[in-house]
Design a protein around this ligand. Structure first.
Ligand code: NAD
Ligand code: GLY
Length: 360
């Protein structure tokens, strides 16, 4: 199968790229997981479309298969849902040999992974991502967790899966708004890695929007390669991995303040727009690069600004983020296009001028 590897200090695992679920059993076999119990965790939308297909693809490879379905959406991403998972695990005698499969988007992957990381002090899990966002970002790299009170992903762990199986055909059923939100995370990889990748997206944007399987496989694989390289060098976000949070400092605060009425990717788009404002004022990106980013975000119907919240609200919310260090906000900026760095040295005026540019 077409695959790449993620290598951390104590684990090496594959990401498979496919257009169906036919290779899923082989992936289970290759990774030494045959003959165990399997607990598939999925959300209400994904389970009804793909639950049976995945079960069928795996029935010859596991001793028994259990399926737990939760209500789709970010509002489910909390400790109450995790508690429901644990109850289901207990009722079905899930043991140390059981494998948990996350079948769904980032919400499902983050929660199933967190439950797997904590139940019985850790049981094995696999990622079968079905949104673009999950295929290019959340299913890779082992960040798992939930939101708590007013803070996103504030409770969690680093817990790597046994493998990630990406069936790009699942994107055929993804609603357009969700697809476009995933494109925000795809577009993010350009400024933080190379302009060449941005050029590919710009030149192939029509095929990508039409979900052409070759264009999609190209961008998904490239994003996974970049993420795998970053995670392999800095699994626990001691430094380098922070670059993946490009646009997220402001993005996460907007997401929470908007009470999750905007999608994660839409907020990342707003956050990237704000960061480009800062970089433009610092002369580390030029007008053309900024224009190109805005045009790409607009092409994928992503917001460049919103008017329903005030800069003060977002500014205060940013201090509740897990990226805050010693009460200082941390931003990923660009030294130049393709060269990101993380810094706490961004002054309040710069932050407000960026917030004013996107919140109007
Ligand atoms: P999601 O999991 O809520 O999925 C979006 C919607 O699409 C849901 O309604 C879902 O039911 C539906 N869906 C999923 N796959 C489908 C398919 N193939 N066909 C039809 N409908 C489908 O959201 P998401 O955008 O995938 O993930 C967002 C979450 O990911 C956020 O909670 C964010 O914090 C998290 N995240 C985590 C990481 C990480 O590194 N762990 C990185 C980025 C984002
Ligand atoms: N999505 C950011 C990270 O995985 O580190």
């Amino acid at each position: 199968m077409n695959s790449i590897y993620v290598e951390t200090n104590d684990k090496r695992y594959p990401i498979y790229f496919a257009h169906d679920f036919d290779g899923l059993g082989k992936a289970v076999e290759e990774n030494g997981l045959l003959g165990r119990k399997l607990c598939i965790i999925s959300d209400s939308n994904v389970s009804s479309i793909y639950g049976e297909k995945v079960k069928k693809a795996l029935e010859d490879y596991f001793e028994s298969i259990f399926v737990y379905t939760f209500n789709a959406g970010e509002k489910s991403k909390n400790l109450n849902t995790i508690s429901d998972f644990y109850e289901f695990f207990l009722e079905n005698h899930i043991d140390r040999k059981t494998v948990v499969a996350a079948l769904g988007g980032g919400v499902c992957g983050d929660m199933a992974g967190f439950a797997a990381a904590t139940y019985l002090r850790g049981i094995k899990f696999i990622q079968i991502p079905t949104t673009l966002l999950a295929q290019v970002d959340s299913s890779v790299g082992g960040k798992v967790g939930v939101d708590f009170k007013n803070s996103k992903n504030i409770i969690g762990a680093f817990y790597q899966p046994e493998f990630v199986y990406i069936n790009t055909q699942t994107l055929d059923t993804l609603p357009e708004r969700e697809f476009n939100a995933g494109m925000a995370e795809v577009i993010k990889y350009g400024p933080i890695y190379s302009h060449e990748f941005t050029e590919y997206i710009v030149n192939n944007k029509k095929s990508v929007a039409q979900r052409d399987k070759h264009a999609l496989e190209h961008i998904i694989k490239k994003c996974c390669e970049i993420k795998a390289e970053v995670v392999s060098k800095d699994e626990k976000e001691g430094g380098l991995r922070e670059i993946l949070n490009f646009g997220h400092t402001i993005g996460h605060a907007i997401e929470t303040k908007m009470d999750f009425s905007l999608l994660h990717g839409e907020c990342v788009a707003l956050g990237m727009n704000a960061v480009f404002e800062i970089c433009l004022k610092r002369n580390t990106v030029n007008e053309n690069e900024y224009k190109e980013l805005k045009e790409l975000l607009e092409y994928f119907k992503l917001p460049l600004n919103i008017s329903s919240i005030m800069p003060d609200e977002v500014y205060s919310q940013m201090f509740l983020d897990k990226k805050v260090k010693n009460n200082q906000l941390s931003f990923v900026l660009l030294e130049k296009y393709g060269k990101p760095f993380s810094t706490t040295q961004v002054n309040k005026d710069e932050i407000y001028s960026a917030l004013n540019a996107v919140l109007r």
